[in-house]
Design a binder for this molecule. Sequence first.
Ligand SMILES: Cc1ncc(COP(=O)(O)O)c(C=O)c1O
Length: 473
Amino acid sequence: MAGSEDRSFEAMRLAARIAEEFRREIAVAERTPTSSYAEVIEGLRAPLPESGGDAVEIIEDLNRLAREGLRSPSAPRFFGWVMGGSHLTGVAADFLTSAWGQNTGNVQVSPSGSAFEAVVVDWILELLDLPRSASVGVVTGATVANFVGLAAARSAQLAKRSWDVEADGLYGAPPLRVLIGADAHTTVYGALKFLGLGAKRVREIATDDLGRMLPSDFERALGEDDAPAIAIGQCGQINTGASDPFAEIAPMAREAGAWLHVDSAFGLWSRSSPKLKHLAEGLDLADSWAVDGHKWLQTPYDCGFAIVRDVEAHRRAMSFSASYLPVADTSERNPSDYVPELSRRARGFAAWAMIRQLGRDGIARMVESNVEVAQAMATSMAEIDGVELVCPVELNQFMVRIGQTDDIAEGDRLTLATVEQLQRDAVAFAGPAQWRGRWVIRFSVISAATTPEDGDMTVEALRKAWETVRNAN
Ligand SMILES: Cc1ncc(COP(=O)(O)O)c(C=O)c1O
């Protein structure tokens, strides 16, 4: 047994060496997976192991078999989807989280895991300048944070009609209304689906060119019915980075007694910067917020925060009890009272480490720098002949379209060919998306590792990719 334990410790050291080598490699060069899913799985398929193996060999095989199919979202010129940089300090804390093996469902099962989370949630409320008395669930990401916020909304809004949804479910419940911006993120519809509120049973609010709700339509929708309403706003649209006009719509929601939930996976972090805070003005009047740690806080995957003003509704929607589960002291924060899971990762350690690493100042400077780099990239790209900026840059997300042609199909073809070429050239990574029925190349600048030089290199990479496509046509 001692021999195999030694091999396991050696495997841990090997894993740390492999991790360091990988992160050093991607710190200087974008990395495109050289193996597809099909190739990785082909190398991997094997009969179910009948007996155990050697720890070092297992980790060596893991590295060999996974390596060629790994992307590099933590690389400085990775602009795909909306991915934070998984900062090395957070990764180091995450190593320890795994090694310590703290199941942070309950204060007594992990006093430290629970205490770190309690401090982190206070820091998060302060960083984002949200009501300090709000409760916060530390979850896997904004998808689950949306689910938690909307579960609390459902509970509170049905309680207004004396309906206990936790006890009695939705059968025979008084109707609820859901108002949602027409450019909301797909995961919010997912949350509505999970909660039995219906992804299609919504009143969509018309939006402008940047995907922001039109206050006039919001006001109209609020007045259409007197059933309790849940309104879902957005801070940081996935394509445009724009936020709903909360200074106008939040008071309207309040006046109408609607619960306002804000999906703000990344946009909420603009409140950490005195320079950018105005972009999310009025958002503090909402009732619940979903935000990611693994985006602009740069924690490793996964980490998100579900923030709810009405602590009782939050706990009602999430907490459970059993005789074998110790009851937390009133002075203690029991982590599982605010999330859907009981057994759970101690995400507070990595989040705490990242807030220590960057500090209030560092977070604000990173967000500001990412926004400046996005703006500079967009401006320079728009100066390239044949490249068009789709809309003004509001935050850190922007889109370009290639070809400058009125022929939509031809523009789509050139845009998709250019993004494929950009990915093949592997200097920088960005992906395609559709916006208002047209294909675009979408850039998300959201990493502490990204510098203005990375932005310049990416502009050049786009110029070259487009030139290659143009010359081939
Ligand atoms: C606006 C918005 N909402 C929700 C999500 C889902 O977040 P996650 O994938 O972290 O659960 C995202 C992800 O990019 C997003 O941008």
